[in-house]
Design a protein around this ligand. Structure first.
Ligand code: COA
Ligand code: AMP
Length: 632
């Protein structure tokens, strides 16, 4: 397999990526199999909307599966499924996975799904989820995976936006303490949605049988009669998938990923950032419903010819507190990628790391952590325990691969606790002050990226270019706004300190406080409300709700608070993890009526921030102080 030769270290490669993006990315593109090789890298003709490899044609599924079979890797393991919650383990060679995918592509095509049609996938961490994603890619259908921890309304919103021809789902997901029936959630979502797919293909699981209705088809039966379908080349700029992510409002944004730029960038990142090579075993302990799952459970390891581990269950806690180490040892994992919260959970249960001694994790070369800020304490604990580099990397659903990382495969950099290290090729990362000028080293500002973004990043928001421009490109001319705040030090290391908008990260899951506020505000007894993300020792952040009730109610406020917690769980899903709502007399505001969420968050986190000069009535915040400071 061709991988473009690495001639230089990081500094030269990075410089070249900004000064000569054509040369840099056309070289990187040589690692991908094209049916028509691109002659150009960047198409800026519709700036600020950019396209990569405009004249290239390829098939992502071919690159992920068939090319490895053709190259003699057919008997190598492509995917290992390890599911302690069902007590099952299975594995697929590249040949087996290709055959499954080709057959499921036949199911989709037989049901009338054509190139460009959307397919919503609502599945837990089972191999069929990966099969369904790659089957879409096989003939240019566009998948949109919805995370299983979301409730019916969130699924309905995504169905109405993506307008899928078909939905692929499973009868249930399995959480350590309970079976979660997915099919009733899907049925409820379709009752709420305006758009109706023609069919639903349901993977029945033994733990819970789904009731089938007229448009539902059974996965196994459909597969039994399907004809395998080959790979259909598409334009590099055609969409591969839509992945919805939380923004500042309740309406999620459909991040659109292309085929060509995505394949090139992910291929580059796995070797150069994650130092993982063909034949090695990569384990991203995340979920296919999140971007980490898309990029580093499914696409990057398979595009590279690695073995990927698909793990169903929590990698910590029940049923096996030492599961992380057991999986690494059993499958000879060379790189583990998870969120800091998972390591904090391990540390909480096994502070001295004694469970590690039962397993030989000698295969592990790196632990990569992303999804939320890596706090120095967790970093030091994991480094001391594992004796391998613990590598932070910062990115987001929109970018699909690291913006700032330590390029372990290209040129490892000295690690600095609290920093994900340096910008990756093509990302011209700037720290901007309030006026839009570059902030000096050491000064905090908004983290922005000068346009264009590199290949693999979002093309736009699904069917809404105007929203893409408004949400990401308008705050600072010529820049993409990441939504994070941070700074650079004198060595160019970037420190990402947290979101400057209403997005919060709960156990590595990205959630919108705005969406939770919408649910609270819809309660008939609520006059106004706010949701703020406060620091939590395990999950990084957790949401807290504060509500002011309508005057003259004759109800116990505690009952209303309980209803509000249940409403968020029912409407957004258990993953929202809103466990506490306080009824208060008033919310602090500016004189122009804006709720001072950040001030409340700072007080709840124990920071002694000065009250803003624009505050309307300081007595309101003083009255709230004891509530906010109360331990969770
Ligand atoms: N389907 C249904 N429900 C789900 C779900 C899914 N796919 N994923 C989570 N939930 C539910 C959980 O069961 C839990 O429900 P509960 O309130 O009834 O207990 C709730 O959503 C909150 O889940 P979570 O935030 O994951 O908390 P947790 O206490 O169950 O687990 C961790 C905490 C740290 C162990 C867990 O989040 C974890 O392992 N994270 C690893 C990293 C990761 O996945 N990162 C994502 C991006 S890299
Ligand atoms: P998501 O889109 O779910 O991947 O979430 C992206 C957001 O998570 C980023 O904008 C950051 O706020 C946060 N994030 C992800 N990785 C890191 C990291 N390594 N350090 C700090 N914050 C991070």
């Amino acid at each position: 397999m061709t991988q473009a030769p690495k001639q230089n270290g990081y500094a030269a490669e990075y410089r070249r990526s900004l000064e000569d993006p054509e040369g840099f990315w056309l070289d990187a593109a040589r690692a991908v199999d094209w049916t028509v090789a691109p002659t150009r890298a960047l198409d800026a003709s519709e700036a600020p909307l950019y396209r990569w490899f405009p004249d290239g044609r390829l098939n992502t599924c071919h690159n992920a599966l068939d090319r490895h079979v053709d190259a003699g890797r057919g008997e190598q393991l492509a995917l290992v499924y390890d599911s302690p919650v069902t007590d099952r383990k299975t594995a697929f060679t590249y040949r087996e996975l290709r055959d499954e995918v080709a057959r499921f592509a036949g199911v989709l095509a037989g049901l009338g799904v054509a190139q460009g049609d959307r397919v919503v996938i609502y599945m837990p961490m089972i191999p069929e989820a990966v099969v369904a994603m790659l089957a879409c890619a096989r003939f240019g259908a566009v998948h949109s995976v919805v995370f299983g921890g979301f409730a019916a309304r969130e699924l309905a919103v995504r169905i109405d936006d993506a307008r899928p021809k078909l939905v692929v789902a499973a009868s249930c997901g399995i959480e350590p303490a309970r079976v979660v029936p997915y099919k009733p959630l899907l049925d409820d979502a379709l009752a709420l949605a305006e758009h109706q797919p023609e069919h639903c293909v349901i993977r029945q699981r033994p733990q819970c049988a789904a009731e089938m209705t007229g448009r539902d088809l059974d996965w196994d039966r459909a597969m039994a009669t399907a004809e395998p379908v080959g790979c259909v080349p598409v334009a590099a700029t055609d969409p591969l998938y839509i992945l919805y992510t939380s923004g500042t409002t309740g309406r999620p944004k459909g991040v659109v990923r292309d085929n060509g730029g995505h394949a090139v960038a992910l291929r580059w990142s796995l070797e150069n950032v994650y130092d993982t090579h063909p034949g090695e075993v990569f384990w991203a302990a995340s979920d296919v419903g999140w971007v980490v799952g898309h990029s580093y459970i499914v696409y990057a390891p398979l595009l590279t010819g690695c073995t990927t581990v698909l793990y169903e269950g929590k990698p910590v806690g029940t049923p096996d507190a030492g599961a992380l180490w057991r999986v690494i040892a059993e499958h000879r994992v060379t790189a583990l990628f998870t969120a800091p919260t998972a390591i904090r959970a391990v540390k909480k249960e096994d502070p001295r790391g004694e469970l590690l001694h039962a397993h030989d994790i000698g295969s592990l070369r790196h632990l990569f952590l992303a999804g939320e800020r890596l706090d120095p304490e967790t970093y030091h604990w994991a480094t001391d325990l594992l004796g391998v580099p613990v590598v932070d990397n910062w990115w987001q659903t929109e970018t699909g691969w690291p913006i700032v990382a330590n390029p372990m495969g290209l040129e490892p950099h000295p690690l600095k606790a609290g920093s994900p290290t340096v910008p990756m090729p093509g990302y011209d990362v700037r720290i901007l002050d309030a006026t839009g000028r570059d902030a000096p080293p050491g000064a905090d500002g908004a983290v922005a990226i000068r346009l264009p973004l590199p290949p693999g990043t979002l093309l736009t928001v699904w069917q809404d270019d105007a929203r893409y421009v408004r949400s990401y490109l308008s705050a600072y001319s010529g820049h993409y706004l990441t939504g994070d705040g941070g700074r650079k030090d004198d060595d160019g290391y970037v420190y990402v300190m947290g979101r400057i908008d209403d997005v919060i990260n709960v156990a590595g899951h990205r959630l919108s406080t705005g969406a939770m506020e919408e649910v609270l505000a819809a309660h008939p007894d609520v006059a106004e409300c706010a949701v703020v993300g406060v620091t939590d020792p395990l999950k990084g952040q957790v949401p807290r709700g504060l509500v002011v009730l309508k005057a003259g109610l004759d109800r116990d406020p505690r009952d209303i608070a309980t209803e509000l917690v249940a409403a968020v769980r029912d409407t957004i899903g258990p993953v929202a993890a809103l466990r506490r709502v306080d009824v208060v007399a008033a919310l602090p505001k500016t004189r122009s009526g804006k709720i001072l969420r950040r001030t409340m968050r700072d007080i709840a986190d124990g920071r002694d921030t000065e009250l803003p000069s624009t505050i309307d009535d300081p007595a309101v915040i003083e009255a709230l102080r004891p509530v906010l400071r109360d331990d969770l």
